[in-house]
Design a protein around this ligand. Sequence first.
Ligand SMILES: [Zn+2]
Length: 113
Amino acid sequence: MLKNDRLQLIALIEKRASLLESTLSDCSPISDRKRSQSDDAAANLDLTINASVDEKVLLEHKLELAQLTTSLSWMQTDDAGVCALCVRDIPIGRLKAVPSTRLCVACADNKKD
Ligand SMILES: [Zn+2]
């Protein structure tokens, strides 16, 4: 992987990760919010209805953040940008589009089947 590509990717990953971190810190857990307004039945019902969606999104954010953190340390190694399965170089365009990936397009497609 070219040094310049690597630096660009690191900047991109850090930007995305800090965005996710601020989103996550803005969201208090549903259970905390429920407790703080336990006397408001309507609001509680609303929270309960939206809870599954909120928690799914939060979980996805946490997962992506973990993957980005892994990608960031991966960028510091000699294996940076190399597909974890077939050991070919992952095209830089793909890494920029999906910074959390560790697989080339072909391997990612194979995994889906
Ligand atoms: Zn591959």
